[in-house]
Design a protein. Structure first.
Length: 198
């Protein structure tokens, strides 16, 4: 009895590494117990390919928004476009080097913030539209950098609205809202309507 138990233990100890080796050698897709890998996401029409940088994600999306994305966008918007009041139009486009520099810096921060949002561990939906919105933010930031380097009023304004579109698109899709919210925005319906209107 005692001997057979010992023998069984020895047999298990021998069988286990063999079983592990067999699993490791099974080519992917040939073991019916292992479900096939999900289909890769369709390619995104963008000059910048998506990245999945394996890195240490220290801050969550909320903190990246609070401390990186939002301050950079606010700094850029405060220096683009114009605000009209009773006295007329107030052009916000920078009038001195110091403010153009702040515009350029904040656009550059948005360029890389798009990459931060795509990092493994932060991307909420790595095979879905999340990456598209993150890339949209990067591209809008690049447009912002080009506009501020050219010191161009109209291009700065356009880049500001492109930046806004990236925020709005991603938030509409990924920030859950209560069913009875007054905010009934449905990004898919909007895009569909925009497509039909063309
Ligand atoms: C790729 C998706 C994505 C993009 C692009 C994006 N956001 Fe966000 N943002 C989120 C998500 C998701 C949350 C909710 C985070 C949470 O509550 O965990 C959020 C939350 C926020 C918040 C609230 C943070 C808080 O204190 O709760 C602010 C402010 C914000 N975003 C600003 C912006 C601005 C400004 C832009 C554009 C310049 C932008 N975001 C672009 C996904 C995105």
């Amino acid at each position: 009895m005692r001997l057979s138990a010992v023998l069984a233990g020895v047999a298990m100890a021998c069988a286990l590494p063999a079983a592990l080796a067999a699993v490791a050698q099974t080519p992917p897709g040939s073991d019916p117990a292992i479900p096939p890998a999900p289909k890769p996401a369709p390619p995104i029409a963008s000059p910048i390919p998506p990245i999945a940088a394996p890195g240490r994600v220290l801050l969550g999306v909320k903190d990246v928004m609070r401390h990186i994305v939002n301050p950079a966008a606010e700094a850029f918007w405060a220096r683009s476009g114009e605000i009209d009041d009773v006295k007329g139009a107030n052009d916000l486009t920078p009038k001195d080097d110091a403010n153009w520099k702040i515009s350029l810096d904040s656009a550059a921060q948005l360029v890389e913030a798009g990459n931060l949002l795509q990092m493994e561990g932060r991307a909420r939906d790595p095979n879905g539209p999340w990456m598209k919105y993150a890339i949209q933010l990067t591209n809008a930031g690049l447009a912002g950098m080009a506009a501020t380097q050219a010191r161009n009023h109209d291009k700065t304004f356009d880049a500001g609205s492109a930046i806004y579109d990236a925020c709005y698109g991603c938030h509409g899709r990924y920030i859950p809202r209560p069913k009875d919210s007054l905010y009934k925005h449905d990004i898919d319906k909007d895009l569909e309507a925009a497509g039909k209107a063309k």
